[in-house]
Design a protein around this ligand. Structure first.
Ligand code: AQP
Length: 324
């Protein structure tokens, strides 16, 4: 098994990124017998971040976040997407055979349009660059949140079509989601998403995080009514950071009724502070060592390039743009 996944440096990483994806990266770095590759997707981020200083800052911060959360460069290859130019070249080979209709059906693109976000060709063709990212490393498994599963299907379609036309070239990957956190809700109950302004950032300072938690939207059911905790945003978030005892307590309180959401928010803020405390300390240590982080990323890029170059050559020969 070989794992590959990327995360966009479009802003501070949030609970959805961690519980949906990063948590899996950390598990898989121990489980993959054929390596694991994780990258900061700065080329993808260019579709949203237009400030070059911010993009640089988010890229380095993203790497520091991953290290603080437990990614270990001795076990996994960590790099920045743009440091492997072979992938962009592979992307063109794939784009030439990708039907427009396949991309037009992508939900994340349609959602962004529906929410009034500006669409450009980069956003529209995002799944093809993502396919190149995955196929370049012959990844067999792609740990992601639920929102990305459709893109992995698109990747498989593109790879199958290429293999069909030009002969077996690409390994077909499978997406992997965690049942309990495949779609973490944001402070408005919608999918937590950087571009929707509804996030709880992993590394916000304690005060800012409390403020965000206090802003979580709750329903207006009468306080005295018993409530089903299933599907309740506060309870869903509590499940991610609270221990079993606290959860059992709050489940009982919900079912009994007669409580205020303010108390649950306070419990969530306390649990969050405890849960992220150790990673926050490690994050402060990495922040003091930007040179070391850059070295880790450069070493990772060298390993990643070697693999991507071999795949690119295979694809170029298969489709006839090399060896003529
Ligand atoms: N709410 C979520 N629940 C579970 N998983 C999630 N992921 C994102 N949001 C949730 C997973 O995090 C990984 C990295 O995501 P990304 O930064 O590459 O882009 P994204 O999925 O589009 O994340 P955002 O926050 O929603 O960013 P914007 O708004 O910029 O598009 C992916 O594996 C994703 O599934």
């Amino acid at each position: 098994m070989r794992a590959l996944s990327g995360i966009q440096p479009t802003g501070p990483f949030h609970w959805g990124n961690y519980f949906g994806a990063i948590q899996q990266y950390i598990q898989l770095q121990d489980e993959c017998d054929d390596g694991s590759y994780y990258f900061i997707a700065n080329l993808h981020a260019l579709t949203t971040v237009r400030d070059h200083e911010k993009l640089r800052e988010y890229t380095l911060n993203g790497a520091m976040d991953l290290l603080a959360l437990g990614l270990d460069p001795a076990k996994a290859v960590m790099f920045v997407q743009s440091d492997v130019p072979e992938v962009s070249e592979l992307c063109w080979l794939l784009l030439t055979g990708t039907p427009m209709g396949l991309l037009e059906r992508c939900v994340s693109y349609k959602d962004k349009l529906a929410k009034g976000l500006k669409a450009d060709a980069g956003l529209f063709t995002y799944p093809v660059l993502q396919a190149a990212d995955i196929l370049a490393y012959d990844a067999t498994v792609v740990p992601v949140g639920e929102d990305q599963l459709q893109h992995i299907e698109v990747c498989r379609d593109i790879a199958q079509s290429f293999n069909h036309h030009f002969g077996e070239t690409f390994v077909l990957p499978k997406g992997k989601v965690l049942d309990q956190s495949a779609r973490v809700p944001g402070t408005d109950g919608e999918k937590m998403s950087k571009s929707y302004g509804n996030t709880l950032a992993v590394f916000d300072d304690v005060k800012a995080q409390r403020k965000q938690i206090m802003r979580i939207q709750t329903d207006s059911r009468p306080m005295e009514d018993p409530k089903d905790p299933a599907g309740d945003v506060l309870f869903d978030l509590l499940k991610l950071v609270a221990n079993a005892e606290e959860l059992a307590h709050w489940e009982g309180v919900y079912r009994k009724g007669g409580f205020g959401y303010g108390d649950v928010k306070k419990a969530l803020a306390d649990a969050s502070e405890r849960y992220w405390g150790p990673a926050r300390e490690r994050r402060a240590e990495w922040a003091a060592k930007p040179g070391e982080v850059r070295e880790i990323l450069a070493a990772g890029a060298a390993k990643a390039r070697e693999r991507a170059a071999a795949t690119l050559k295979r694809a170029q020969e298969a489709c006839g743009v090399k060896g003529w």
